[in-house]
Design a protein around this ligand. Structure first.
Ligand SMILES: Cc1cc2nc3c(=O)[nH]c(=O)nc-3n(C[C@H](O)[C@H](O)[C@H](O)COP(=O)(O)OP(=O)(O)OC[C@H]3O[C@@H](n4cnc5c(N)ncnc54)[C@H](O)[C@@H]3O)c2cc1C
Length: 392
């Protein structure tokens, strides 16, 4: 029996495979890696063996050749156990792998995708800068053509997988830069590898509120030279790649919020049956019932919206900007609020690491910022809605 959340037999099989793996292998390591602020490299490689690192990539390049709904399922299930680890997975599988699979040429795909799909390469995507986040087209990293090469100068901030530990950079990145002297929207995209002279970690960013199992870094380009064959698409034309990839990024970030909310509801529901106060289980009290029931209804509303958008989203062309902003706007705050309610239902125990909900609450907050702030989604959606008279 298939439904909106598992529209085909393959989707249902994928969900049960990822859920079993997440419960068995991802859950037990989550608290320790959060506490140590450590990325779990070995576990990440196992995602390659399961075919998850290239979930949307054609089989000829080592991928599983599945769709946006499959990507959403993988992110929901992994995030239900460890959102920090899942953020590293998203940066790799969506921001690097899917981006290159959609926009790279045949030689680029043949060179980098097989290693990225089996986990021997860990990738990321460099868009944000120290002085340009929401205003991404205000970026000041430049690319200058010099013979058969481009020379990159500038810095990128908060790059997930930028550092895998205190000193090791991720292996390969897609980076957006402006041609020196070009207009605001004339952005180009390049693949740059670890070990390129002039390309280095500026700062390993530690002390994050949440998502601590993913490595975040500032990456610096100081005369970094990349061959022209590493340019993805035509010079100055990468804005469309960026916009297209933001759609699947926002959708899968919303899926991460679903995983967080679902897990928090499971925890508070079970706890409220077991824990007694004034001689009764907590779930007999109306105020506790409100936390549980409203969380579930909000989760199901968000989940229905996410899968409705995922089931219609084409990975190879843009066209879902309004609703990819919409699902993330709704689900990010929904998950943070549900995690907050879970802590409240668990009282003192909720505030401790043992029941996971305090970690999930910290992780949930990032989803109101990364991949677009809630204010950015409100801005974008109002702009898009102003061009609509009737909603279909
Ligand atoms: C853990 C983590 C991982 C990340 N990973 C990556 C990554 O892998 N790659 C990458 O490229 N980036 C990454 N980012 C960066 C992230 O996408 C940016 O932080 C985000 O886009 C916001 O940009 P900013 O931090 O510069 O905030 P700003 O843009 O400076 O915004 C600050 C505040 O002002 C508000 N604001 C700004 N402009 C407006 C406006 N016009 N109207 C109303 N309000 C406005 C914002 O909503 C926000 O509340 C990551 C960030 C974090 C924290």
């Amino acid at each position: 029996m298939f439904d909106i959340f598992n529209p085909t037999e393959e989707h249902a099989a994928l969900r049960s495979m990822v859920r079993a793996f997440a419960e068995k292998a991802v859950a037990p390591q989550a608290e320790a890696h959060d506490a140590a602020e450590k990325f779990n490299h070995g576990l990440f490689r196992q995602l390659g063996e399961l075919g998850l690192l290239g979930v949307t990539v054609p089989a000829e390049f080592g991928g599983s050749e599945m769709d946006a709904t499959a990507a959403v399922i993988a992110h929901e299930e992994l995030s239900a156990q460890d959102p920090g680890f899942t953020l590293a997975y998203l940066a790799h599988s969506m921001l690097f792998v899917n981006n290159l699979a959609q926009n790279g040429d045949a030689a680029q795909k043949a060179r980098w995708l097989p290693g990225a799909c089996d986990g021997s390469l860990i990738g990321g995507m460099c868009m944000s800068e120290p002085n340009a986040g929401t205003d991404v087209l205000g970026m000041s990293t430049t690319a200058t053509r010099d013979g058969d090469d481009y020379v990159l100068n500038g810095a990128k901030m908060w790059i997930t997988n930028g550092a895998l530990d205190d000193s090791t950079m991720g292996d390969v990145f897609l980076v957006y830069a402006r041609m020196a002297g070009a207009g605001r929207s004339e952005i180009s995209q390049f693949v740059i590898e670890k070990g390129t002279p002039g390309f280095s970690i500026g700062q390993r960013l530690k002390g994050k509120l949440g998502m601590r199992a993913s490595g975040t870094a500032e990456l610096v380009f100081d005369g970094a030279r990349v061959p022209a064959s590493h340019r993805v698409g035509a010079e100055g034309s990468a804005l469309v790649h960026m916009m297209q990839n933001l759609e699947i990024e926002r959708l899968t970030l919303a899926a991460m919020s679903l995983g967080i909310a679902r897990r928090c509801i499971e925890v508070m529901n079970a706890y409220a049956q077991d824990r007694k106060s004034f001689g009764q289980p907590l779930n007999r009290f109306g105020q506790i019932q409100r936390h549980i029931a409203e969380s579930y209804a909000a989760f199901m509303a968000g989940r229905s919206y996410v899968y409705q958008v995922a089931n219609a989203l084409r990975l190879d062309k843009p066209g879902n900007r309004l609703d990819s902003d919409g699902v993330k706007l709704y689900c990010a705050t929904m998950a943070k609020d549900v995690a907050d309610r879970a802590i409240q239902v668990l009282g003192g125990y909720g505030y401790m690491a043992e029941y996971d909900v305090e970690r999930l609450w910290r992780d949930a907050k990032l989803l109101e910022i990364g991949g677009g702030t809630v204010e950015a989604h409100q801005k974008n959606m109002t702009r898009d809605l102003s061009a609509l008279r009737l909603i279909k």
